[in-house]
Design a protein around this ligand. Structure first.
Ligand SMILES: [Zn+2]
Length: 213
């Protein structure tokens, strides 16, 4: 587990990841939110409302684990409760990314998860991606919807909404978001071709074991 980032490095990391999410089309408009756990245990998070690609370092907000702002200025992300729940329940989580990746979210709109063993990198990087039941964005119910899945998963599809990933660093949380969307494109293509071959149980188990090493 990492010890958390300095404020300065975390700010630079968040701005870079916001730019990547936007450039890859994983967010649009004011979508998405990104946070990092700092060395002192507080959370640096994107502000509410702004297009994430326009966020400047001075717009970022620091909150404590209870969600109380430690900085003056803009309000924190409307999805702050989701970020806090993840940090509270997963001491190993040092960063959280929430986005609306269009193909992966299409699966979430269709009521599908990403648990079937189809692509090795999904199992290796995320261990399967569950579909969380729909809850109104920004409400405690959305944070509650993570509860049954938080112990065993690092990536989540949110029904009729989007996706959330966590990681020991922001780069890894962001890689998981990119990989989830990439995997969704591949599975969608396989469906268009008419067949999705799942990995055998023994191959899937070998991947799960190597992830736990
Ligand atoms: Zn969202």
């Amino acid at each position: 587990m990492s010890d958390g980032r300095s404020r300065e490095r975390a700010g630079a990391d968040i701005l870079r990841v916001c730019r990547r999410l936007y450039d890859r089309g994983l967010i649009a408009g004011p979508d998405g939110n990104v946070s990092v756990r700092l060395r002192d245990g507080t959370i640096l998070v994107t502000p509410a409302g702004l297009s994430k690609v326009d966020v400047r370092d001075e717009d970022l907000v620091i909150v404590n684990l209870e969600g109380n702002p430690q900085t003056q200025g803009l309000a924190p992300s409307s999805e702050l409760l989701m970020h806090l729940r993840i940090y509270q329940r997963r001491p190993d989580a040092m960063a959280v990314v929430h986005a609306h990746p269009p193909v992966a979210t299409g699966f979430a709109v269709a009521g599908e998860d990403f648990v079937a063993p189809v692509l090795p990198e999904v199992i290796l990087q995320m261990g399967g991606v569950p579909l969380l039941p729909y809850a109104t964005p920004g409400t405690p119910a959305l944070a509650d919807s993570f509860e049954p899945f938080l112990d065993r998963h690092d990536a989540f599809l949110l029904a009729n909404h989007g996706a959330t990933t966590l990681g020991p660093t922001l780069d890894i949380a962001n890689q998981r978001m990119e990989s989830l969307e990439h995997a969704a494109r591949i599975v969608f293509t396989a469906r268009m071709l008419g067949k999705v071959n799942e990995l055998s149980a023994s191959y899937a188990e070998a991947l799960r074991l190597s992830r736990e090493d």
